[in-house]
Design a protein around this ligand. Structure first.
Ligand SMILES: NC(=O)c1ccc[n+]([C@@H]2O[C@H](COP(=O)([O-])OP(=O)(O)OC[C@H]3O[C@@H](n4cnc5c(N)ncnc54)[C@H](OP(=O)(O)O)[C@@H]3O)[C@@H](O)[C@H]2O)c1
Length: 261
């Protein structure tokens, strides 16, 4: 597939490297401040070369503006996607070709590191065009990715789910870091436990994977934990109780929820 990348930042570079490795051809890159991809530089105001797909990987709030800018000279472009998990595909309405989004459900912290993480990751495909949908599924599979279809109006909910899974887990680990530090225990000591919990969550589901005092309905232990956090790391007390409440609701433990409110 012949591809143009617009916005070679972390996601655009990761996709560009991955696509080139998978045998696709980068026919050009549109960048503001240079790039590390092995492909010709294109001028933002020139007619775009013929391509099967333009991948717009600029930050979310610039997608519509970039689409407007490119749409007027993209007669030889067969389709356009952005890579945001949140933004509607309507952000690409300026194009007359079929449009969609292609959101890798993966963290892409840099080009090389991100490219290495594409294989095995899932990717959300959103489009109203059946031909583009099939093409994007094939493209994902060529990268070793697992495509799934996502309705445009459900993207914000899906994106919130991704934040809960990935970012909020880090909130929990950051809290653990501080509580361990206050107890004189190295954060690394939690690694085997955390890895086992994540494995269990995907093998058994989050509900069956849950162990500990809230799952057991052990009110005295939960009270002792809350008292310890309140005494020694009070800045985490509110979040500790809120997260406990979420677990109490998950397990239907109303008696524990009362202790935490
Ligand atoms: N990184 C991830 O983990 C990840 C994962 C999945 C999806 N995404 C999606 O990927 C997209 C880009 O995110 P990112 O993390 O790759 O951001 P990023 O590293 O900041 O890269 C953004 C790129 O867009 C360019 N750009 C920004 N505003 C522009 C404008 N007005 N005109 C032209 N170019 C512009 C930037 O150019 P300059 O360098 O010149 O500013 C840069 O090349 C977002 O839609 C994001 O949701 C990211």
């Amino acid at each position: 597939v012949d591809i143009i990348i617009a916005g070679p930042g972390r996601a655009g570079t990761a996709l560009g490297i991955g696509l080139a490795k998978a045998g696709h051809r980068l026919v050009g890159v549109l960048s503001r401040s240079g790039h590390q991809l092995d492909a010709p530089n294109l001028d933002w105001d020139d007619q775009l070369p013929a391509a099967d797909l333009v991948v717009i990987a600029v930050r979310d709030d610039a997608i519509a503006e970039v689409a407007e800018r490119l749409a007027h000279h993209s007669d030889d472009v067969a389709a356009a996607v952005h890579v945001s998990g949140l933004k509607s595909i309507a952000a690409l309405d300026a194009f007359t070709c079929p449009v969609g989004s292609f959101h890798p459900l993966q963290t892409l912290p840099s080009g090389e590191a991100g490219a290495a993480r594409l294989a095995g990751a899932w990717v959300a495909v959103t489009t109203n065009d059946a031909g583009l949908r099939a093409g994007l599924h094939r493209l994902a599979e060529s990268l070793g990715m697992r495509p799934f279809d996502l309705d445009d109006h459900l993207k914000p909910l899906y994106h919130a789910g991704a934040a809960a899974a990935a970012n909020y887990s880090l909130g929990s680990l950051g809290m653990a870091f501080d509580l361990f530090a206050a107890a004189g225990v190295a954060f690394e000591a939690a690694e085997p436990l955390v890895r086992a919990i994540v494995d269990n969550a995907f093998e058994l589901g989050p509900w069956m994977a849950l162990t500990g005092p809230i799952a057991r309905g052990d009110i005295d232990t939960v009270k002792a934990q809350v008292a310890a956090v309140a005494a020694d790391v009070p800045e985490h007390l509110q979040a500790f109780k809120e997260m406990g409440l979420a677990l109490a609701r998950m397990t239907g433990r109303d008696e524990i929820a009362e202790v935490l409110t």
